[in-house]
Every structure is written in C-alpha cells, then in structure tokens.
Ligand binder design. Sequence first.
Ligand code: UDP
Length: 330
Amino acid sequence: MGRFLVTGGAGYIGSHTCKMLAKSGHEVVVYDNLSRGHRDLVKWGHLVQGDIRDTVTLREAMRWFRPDAVIHFAAFAYVGESVTNPHMYYDNNVGGTLSILKAMTEAKAGNLIVSSTCATYGQPDRMPITEETAQNPINPYGQSKLMMEKICRDFDAAHGLRFMAFRYFNACGCDPDGETGERHDPEPHLIPRALMAANGEIDALDIFGSDYPTPDGTCVRDYIHVNDLASAHIAGALYLMDGGKSDAVNLGTGRGTSVKDILDAAARVTGKAVPHRMSPRREGDPAELVAAVGKARSVLNWQAGNSGIDQVLASAWNWHVKDRKAKSLS
Ligand code: UDP
C-alpha cells in the first residue's frame, strides 16, 4: 500500500481522492492552507496546515512522511478571477508548483500527479480534443496550468522527477455517501447553481448564451464525475510508482452535454422546476469542449465509469441537501 501526500486535500477533488485512497488502504497526509479548502472535509488523513509556496514546511513534511507519490491539487481554478487578478494565479499555481518541485527534489521524493485542465487547449476548432491538440490557452488560468506542465517537464529532464499531468474536463458530482462534496463561495459552476435554483436559493439560473453553434444553442462540455477523477489519480500514481514515464493525459468521458441537458437532468433528479433565464454569453467560454479519451485507456487502463449525467446530478443533489441542512443547524 502506498503513502500519498495530497496538496489541496481539503478541497473538492482533493477530498474525494483522499477518501478513495484511504478506502483502498493507502496512507494519506493532506497538505492544505485552508484558504479555500475546508477543515471538516479532511477526514481521511492527517492535516499539515501549510502553504504550497512555503518550500521549507513542505520539504519537512515530505522528509517526515516519505510519500511514495505527491498528488497536487492545491491551485486556484476560476477563469474570471484569473483575468482580473493574474498575479494570484501565477503566484499560487506556478510559484506553488515550483515550490513543490523544489521540495520534492530536496526531500528526494518522486512521482508527482499534477492537475492540469482542458483550459490549456483554449478554443480548438476540432472535437474531440486529443492530447496532441495545440495548447493555446486564452486566459491566465489556462496559461498558469500550461506553465505548470512545462516546468514539470524541465524538472523531469534535469532531476528525473517523473510526473503525470491530468487535463480535466468539467469536474462535477459528489461522493454518493454524502461524506464530502463541492463547496465554493461564491459558487460559479453550472451544476451547483442549477441545484441552488431548484432549491429556491437563487431566483433563476442564467444560461450564458443560447446562440452557440451547437445542437441546442447552449455550450457543450464533457462532465466527469469527481470519483472518476479520483480513481484516475490513483491509477496515475500507481503507474508512476511502477516506473511509468512522464505524460499528460485528458480526463473526460468523450461525451458532450449541453447546458440545457444539465437543466433537464436537474429537474428530473430533484423533481423540481429549475427556474432559468437566457443571458448573454460569458466571456471566454468556448462553444464546445469534449475530450478524446483513448490515451487514458491505453496508458492507464482507466475510463470514466460513474459519469452518467443523472448519476452526477443525483450525487450532487444528495450532497447539496445534506450540506445546506448542516449549515442551517450550525
Ligand atoms: N454556465 C451557465 N450558467 C451558470 C454557470 C455556467 O450557463 O450560471 C455554463 C457556462 O457558460 C459553461 C458551462 O455552464 O458553458 C459550464 O460552466 P462551469 O462554470 O460549470 O464550468 P467551466 O466550463 O467554466 O469550467
């Protein structure tokens, strides 16, 4: 069984991955500064509270824990915020990754799983997006993630520090047991906002653009359940621990789902109407992003098995109701 240091383990994808690691018998230490993560979601390992830019604390945590692999989730991930505050994104995402790589080389720790994104591709004109599609990000968030990938490659060349960069498509859904889930404040993402609209927490969901060149005019994305992402991270870590070479791999389902499809599923699963209104396009949104998934299958023998759209919505709704109830009681 392995030992995993998980940066950002108190966050959305991180906490789901920690749960899956622990349930599979692995040992987990979470490294998180709790700026956006939640202490109550650290349930499956010891917490070291620290910032990823604090190389010394990070290095000491690695010397003490001696991880077999580091899974690095700690990053900012809002496109709009990255446009208005690029410093935050380059400082935390790029500077933080540089610090992790330095700490790993100093602590002689190997095997890094790093979160990248389909936003590194920008607005490709051909679907599905393969890993060979040109990476031309159109915002500082995507740029920062592309820089992270490049820096990892340089560290591999110089120090033999092997890594796996996962380019996520749209992470969604929650732990079906309701033990962890998605909690952002403010919440910009489509699925939680659709559930907030169904629950009467906001007047209506804004559909950002209905004149896209897609079958129903709304944006198409590839929604992948967070537990599928978690299982891919474990597969990626085991691949590196087994001597696999550094690589970059898309994590998606290969299926496109429109904003309207999501609203229909939200109504089906909650049994409630989802009030919505047509709104202007959101700046920086490509019409369609769908992953080619063959490389994940061939390199990792992994594919998304829990990402049916009703399955996603049901798990998200279960968490949503439970988390709102806990909040109203606290
Ligand atoms: N979206 C929307 N209304 C919202 C939030 C999102 O219509 O209130 C659309 C958005 O334009 C995009 C899709 O839903 O096409 C997914 O957006 P989200 O913010 O969830 O993820 P992103 O694709 O930005 O990572």
